[in-house]
Design a protein around this ligand. Structure first.
Ligand code: C5P
Length: 237
């Protein structure tokens, strides 16, 4: 299923390769985040990308524009399919990220990665936002940052299931909405509090789904991925 991205939230390259080998063909790509990247480094990213896997490099860059541009150029050279920054880094930072991806890809005859942004970390609630000096509603902040992301030329945002509908409304139909927090009826929620099923998230307007534990912690990860794909085709409830 093209829209299903699996979070490789493991510590070692051996575990990540084993999961990728079992899931290749059944899913649309693999997300490598701070945990695996910090333990295994860029070699693993390059290895999966050169294997033909779509890699979403989820390192959430947030720095001055020149530094983020350099990081995005490096990610582009690794051959990643999607990479992200924090929208709160601002317009100049996001425009620098966009330009870096496009210029580096053109220079190396590569396809530019999709560059998307995190609006607000879903771990931040209203009280946590007030503590860092943001007194508006979380939903308003998410909407503001999604609109800023689109007008800065990026390809989409990461959004919680609750935020999909409003972002789809204020941003264009081609704007990518990448949604974690996906759980089926029988799945443990873990630390995810506001969840939707895969089919519900797609119906709400998500472009891609990021699923970690319901697949990678399943006894049979391939079967778990196939079950989610079936659910999305409306074949199981
Ligand atoms: O295991 P689970 O399905 O909860 O994994 C979801 C993945 O999406 C994890 O890699 C997590 O870090 C990431 N994520 C999230 N919520 C966000 C942003 C990213 O769960 N708001």
């Amino acid at each position: 299923m093209e829209q299903l991205l699996v979070a490789l939230d493991v510590d070692t390259g051996a575990e990540a390769r084993a999961l990728a080998d079992r899931l290749r063909g059944a899913v649309g790509g693999f997300k490598i985040g701070n945990r695996l990247f910090t333990s295994e480094g860029p070699g693993l990213v390059e290895e999966l990308a050169s294997h033909g896997d779509r890699v979403f490099l989820d390192l959430k860059f947030h720095d001055i524009p020149n530094t983020v541009a350099g990081a995005i150029r490096a990610a582009t050279r690794l051959g990643v399919w999607m990479v992200n920054v924090h929208a709160s880094g601002g317009r100049a930072m996001m425009r620098a990220a966009r330009a870096a991806a496009d210029e580096e890809a053109a220079r190396r005859s590569l396809t530019a990665p999709l560059v998307i942004a995190v609006t607000m970390l879903t771990s931040l609630d209203q009280a946590a936002l007030a503590e860092i000096g943001l007194n508006g509603a979380v939903a308003d902040q998410v909407e503001r940052l999604a609109v800023l992301t689109e007008s800065s030329g990026l390809d989409g945002v990461v959004a919680s299931p609750q935020e999909i509908a409003i972002i789809r409304k204020v941003c264009g139909a081609r704007f990518n909405i990448v949604t974690p927090g996906i759980r089926g009826a029988g799945d443990a929620k873990g630390d995810q509090s506001r969840t939707l099923s895969a089919a519900e998230a797609l119906a709400a307007g998500a472009s891609y789904l990021v699923v970690g534990r319901p697949i990678i912690a399943a006894a049979d990860p391939h079967a778990a991925a196939e079950r989610i794909a079936l659910e999305c085709r409306g074949q199981v409830s």
